[in-house]
Design a protein around this ligand. Structure first.
Ligand SMILES: [Zn+2]
Length: 299
């Protein structure tokens, strides 16, 4: 008898990490489902994390609403829901790792002063750091590439060369980029399944993993649900909140993941069938999926 776990089989841990800047909308339901189905099909665990690191835009009331809506679709977190705003000290700790490496620098440039660089930031900063300042990451010649099981082989060759992203803002809030990497690492997240709009953030995140000496999770990007102008359905462009516990909404969301079920009678049944039917290969190479005529009421 042996209790040895086969170390070549990774333990799957996935997550859905909404920002509580508004109620859950149709595009977010599609993303939540994709990460959930991928985790459950591989007998993994799936957790919800509230990404409220930007205290100026997030609201606890929306966080509750989002969790409520997810529960009504039986998308329950397997562990206590982590709330980013409670972990500022952990982001500070990782920022100080980068400060010691001297690869972040203080900056209080204004948008106007950066206008001549097209909004990006040069590698040197003439800021007076006696004043409130942000912390920016230096540029890097590093090139990152990885195999995205949906979008194919992605290479990020110029992403880190010309910009110095802010990791901590002047107002004291940490950036999404830093918080997401720290949290995914601390929560042992092994697989990210997220929207294609986040492809462009991947190089920065892989770079942070590298700088911290951490192993990055496997990442894949599902198509983005767009309106008829080709824009992402988002709270910023007034996507409507979805109804709670509404089987037809769930079935339409699954349709955009190329899962068309034959009249399930309950959310429980639909989810169970969807876990079996989920096949990311059917989304191969698709970056955008425009809402179909019958679904325009979601926006
Ligand atoms: Zn600056």
């Amino acid at each position: 008898m042996s209790n040895h776990v086969n170390s070549t089989v990774p333990i799957y841990r996935g997550r859905f990490a909404p920002s509580p800047t508004g109620p859950l909308h149709f595009g977010s339901l599609v993303s939540a489902l994709a990460s959930y189905l991928d985790a459950k099909q591989q007998q993994g665990s799936w957790v919800i994390r509230i990404e409220d690191v930007d205290g100026t835009r997030c609201n606890a009331r929306f966080a509750e609403q989002i969790i409520d809506t997810l529960s009504s679709y039986e998308l329950h977190s397997d562990e206590t829901i982590r709330v980013q705003s409670l972990h500022h000290h952990l982001y500070e700790q990782q920022l100080s790792v980068l400060k010691k490496q001297r690869i972040v620098f203080p900056c209080n440039c204004t948008r106007q002063s950066l206008a001549k660089y097209n909004g990006s930031h040069p590698n040197k900063c003439q800021s007076n750091i006696e004043k409130p300042h942000s912390w920016r990451l230096q540029t890097s010649p590093a090139i990152y590439e990885y195999k995205d099981s949906i979008q194919g082989h992605l290479v990020f060759s110029d992403d880190l060369k010309s910009n110095c992203p802010v990791l901590k803002r002047k107002d004291g809030f940490f950036s999404y980029q830093l918080a997401v990497v720290v949290d995914d690492h601390l929560q042992n997240i092994s697989h990210l399944v997220r929207g294609a709009d986040l492809i462009e953030t991947t190089a920065q995140q892989l770079h942070l993993y590298h700088l911290f000496g951490w192993t990055a999770p496997s990442v894949c990007h599902i198509p983005l649900i767009t309106n008829n102008h080709g824009d992402k359905i988002s709270k910023q462009n007034h996507a409507k909140p979805i109804k709670n516990k509404h089987l037809p909404t769930l079935l339409r969301a699954l349709h955009y993941l190329k899962i068309d079920l034959n009249s399930p009678t309950s959310i429980t049944e639909a989810l169970a069938l969807a876990i079996e039917a989920w096949d990311p290969n059917k989304l191969q190479g698709i970056k955008n999926l425009p809402l179909e005529e019958q679904d325009l009421h979601f926006i």
